[in-house]
Design a protein around this ligand. Structure first.
Ligand code: GUN
Length: 295
């Protein structure tokens, strides 16, 4: 029997917890609500969808947001200018620049220019380095969402072998660091596999937990996993349905061959995605509370 890990339901529970904390620590004290700044450059259709869902999450929970939507082919300088404005704006607690950026923009320069205290994506080297050293910092939302999904479903990760597929800055690297840290949740033995790994199946077959984030629909097949493995699917590939122009969202997991063999599986959609969005809000709340505690 495979149990589906319902990210929609858990994110609703966490939304309630966050709302309660905002009421107690901010509204009742008549303080300013958390405020998330979002910078989107261009019209990548996936990015537009993600940004819209982040805005919807701000609205659901009742925090403030500002969106700066720059036109296609904006320069690196244009984006840096907007980041500086948000860095200097004391009314904004956290800020994100939606990735990926167009090829002519140096992502590193963009991330480095975000004030680490407002870096609620946790991508700035100051936060990433602190996370790697198990220090207090903003942690990337998808990795936090995965950890929370496992923890709240009482899935043991300590002493287990986790195989991560994909080494991106957004998912693969941070989740491999957090799973292996000397802390609960953590203490997992982690193998990080990627595009240059020969015979990925050799590793996935040994894994107690597999976290796949490669963006290849149906990549992880039932024959690549051992019976009872926990499977976390972070893949989100949009496939256009030519008949009615809508989009289907496909994960990395070949659902039909994995379902029944895995012990737990995150569905796509409705697994990791909603957890990522709510963790971004949680990070924004932390940024706002840090501001209140330091004022
Ligand atoms: N693109 C895909 N995931 C993310 C994310 O978590 N943050 C940002 N900024 N861009 C993304």
């Amino acid at each position: 029997m495979t149990k589906l890990l319902n990210g929609n339901q858990l994110s609703r529970e966490i939304r309630k917890e966050i709302s309660k904390k905002i009421d107690q620590d901010i509204r009742k004290k008549k303080k300013r609500l958390p405020h998330l700044g979002i910078i989107l450059s261009g019209n990548n259709s996936s990015s537009l969808t993600y940004v819209n869902s982040k805005i919807q999450e701000c609205k659901n929970i009742g925090i403030q947001y500002s969106l700066v939507h720059l036109p296609e082919y904006s320069s690196e300088q244009d984006i840096l200018k907007e980041i500086q404005k948000m860095n200097n704006n004391s009314l904004i607690d956290g800020l994100i620049v939606q990735l990926p950026l167009q090829k002519h923009i140096n992502e590193e320069n963009i991330i480095l220019s975000i004030n680490p205290k407002k870096d609620v994506d946790g991508f700035h080297p100051e936060n990433f380095g602190k996370m790697s050293l198990n220090m207090n910092a903003f942690f990337p939302a998808t990795a936090l969402g995965i950890l929370t999904l496992l923890e709240r479903n009482q899935i043991k990760i300590s002493g287990k072998h986790t195989v991560v597929v994909g080494r991106s800055r957004i998912v693969g690297r941070p989740i491999s660091i957090l799973m292996s840290r000397r802390q609960n949740p953590g203490n997992s033995t982690v193998t990080l596999t990627h595009s240059h790994t020969t015979n990925i199946e050799h590793y996935t077959k040994q894994a107690d937990i597999i976290i796949t984030a490669v963006g290849v629909p149906g990549f992880l097949k039932g024959k690549m996993i051992k019976k009872g493995a926990v499977i976390v699917d972070v893949g989100i590939t949009r496939i256009q349905n030519n008949e009615n122009k809508s989009f289907l969202i496909k994960g990395d997991v070949d659902f039909h061959s994995v379902y029944g063999k895995a012990s737990y599986l995150t569905p796509v959609p409705g697994g990791v995605g909603p957890m990522t969005r709510i963790m971004l809000i949680k990070n924004t709340l932390i940024a706002a509370l840090n501001r209140l505690n330091n004022s």
